[in-house]
Design a protein around this ligand. Structure first.
Ligand SMILES: [Zn+2]
Length: 122
């Protein structure tokens, strides 16, 4: 018997938007790392996932190769962006993000609570 396996549809790149950007400070709001604050190292918009410094650490058992010693390597694994909230330094908590246009026409993200402009540090 053969079953058709449903293909997981990924959004097209221009449809894949994320409230989180690389360099953002975020708070984990769900899962085993709940409450942790970390910097976003990488975002995968099409998968709606992001890698956050120090969050969702997994242990990988590496085989020794001529280039590395092998052993157990700990590295952060991608976490779903719905588990993350942008951290507002002024509110000192994870907040919802709004958008605003500045006088010069540039678009910025702001904290919906206090209105502070939130920028990702590079
Ligand atoms: Zn705020």
């Amino acid at each position: 018997m053969f079953f058709k396996r449903a293909k997981r549809k990924l959004p097209k790149p221009h449809e894949a938007k994320c409230h989180i950007r690389k360099g953002d400070k975020v708070v984990v709001i769900a899962g085993k790392d709940r409450g942790k604050v970390g910097k976003v190292l990488q975002v995968f918009p099409r998968k709606q996932r992001a890698i956050v410094e120090g969050v969702n650490i997994v242990k990988r058992h590496m085989k020794p190769t001529p280039y590395s010693e092998g052993g157990i390597v700990e590295k952060p694994a991608p976490i779903h962006v719905s588990n993350l909230m942008v951290f507002c330094p002024k509110c000192n908590r994870g907040v919802k993000i709004g958008r605003k246009f500045l006088e010069d026409g540039s678009k910025v993200r702001v904290c919906r609570k206090c209105g502070e402009i939130i920028e990702a540090e590079e």
